[in-house]
Ligand binder design. Structure first.
Ligand SMILES: [Zn+2]
Length: 301
């Protein structure tokens, strides 16, 4: 039995354009963010604007990380930290540049403004601005890092053969006769095959107790089918929101003993995601073909 393992590789060639591009976008949005929070007459609501800003950083950062094909958990977290910190510092510098009506790079080269803002604010206003800047920093930097760090290791498996993220998935909601632990699931898959599960009755999304079997695979080579399993159950000890779910299995490598038609039986929303007939191999690799191979994939040091 095996689980998906990240290869810890990344595409340096793609990083070389995806990262500067994302930083440029963050730089532009930081300017806008500084302007809006400064001019906003209802400054109490600035935290909402900060919330929007951190979401944009998280989304732009995620796009850059996926674009650079980073199959390395620590490198993803490090990258997002970098994007968020640069986003925050840029926003602060833009803020000062707007207040003092000097260009961004003047403030950047004269950091005394920056420290003045931090320390002077503390003595003049009893630390309130200091507190609000720290909350702003925690919010803007914390969320994007949480966003990428909480994604399970290799949230999306990567097909090393076809050099692309595995985008295809199909989920089956099943009524199982008993509660399965991880090792019981593994044992049953080893002994009876995954097909033995597909033979159980289908559950409905609203059924209080059911299992969700999520199959993931590469649409180009159809190799490496992975299975993730979630248990959905009702927690009666809670008064509200009793519906709970827990991840039981993450990216278990399957030996498919079912036909693809069987897997899709009874699905009505899978057609658009399921077009095996045309190989997408060429389409996915268009950019890579221009990259010199020796630079394309580097082991992280
Ligand atoms: Zn593949």
């Amino acid at each position: 039995m095996a689980y998906y393992q990240e290869s810890k590789k990344f595409s340096l060639a793609r990083m070389a354009w995806a990262y500067p591009l994302s930083l440029l976008i963050i730089f532009g949005i930081a300017d806008l963010y500084a302007y809006v929070t400064l001019e906003n007459p209802a400054s109490f609501f600035n935290f909402l604007i900060a919330g929007l800003y951190m979401l944009i950083i998280a989304v732009v950062g995620t796009l850059a990380i996926e674009g650079a094909k980073i199959r390395h958990y620590n490198l993803r977290v490090f990258s997002m930290t970098l994007f968020a910190v640069i986003g925050l510092v840029c926003a602060w510098i833009f803020f000062l540049a707007l207040i003092f009506e000097v260009p961004f790079f003047t403030v950047l080269t004269d950091f005394s403004f920056y420290f003045e803002r931090l320390t002077g604010g503390f003595t003049r206003n009893g630390g309130i601005p200091y507190f609000s800047w720290l909350s702003e920093a925690a919010l803007i930097v914390g969320f994007p890092i949480y966003f990428v760090a909480s994604a399970r290791k290799g949230d999306k498996p990567y097909c090393e053969v076809c050099d692309k993220w595995m985008e295809n998935s199909e989920s089956k909601l099943l009524k199982l006769p008993q509660v399965f632990t991880l090792s019981e699931l593994e044992d049953k898959i080893e002994m009876d095959g995954i097909r033995s599960f597909l033979n159980y009755d289908r559950a409905h999304k609203k059924d209080p107790n059911h299992y969700e079997f999520i199959f993931l695979w590469c649409s180009s080579c159809r190799g490496n089918v992975y299975l993730s399993v979630k248990r959905h159950y009702t927690d009666n000890s809670k008064t509200i929101d009793k519906n709970e779910s827990e991840d039981i299995m993450n990216f278990y490598e399957l030996e498919p003993d079912f036909s693809w038609e069987e897997l899709f039986e009874g699905s009505n929303d899978s057609e658009d995601r399921f077009n095996f007939s045309e190989s997408t191999n060429t389409e996915s690799n268009d950019l890579e073909n221009f990259d010199p191979n020796e630079f394309d994939e580097l082991e992280e040091i």
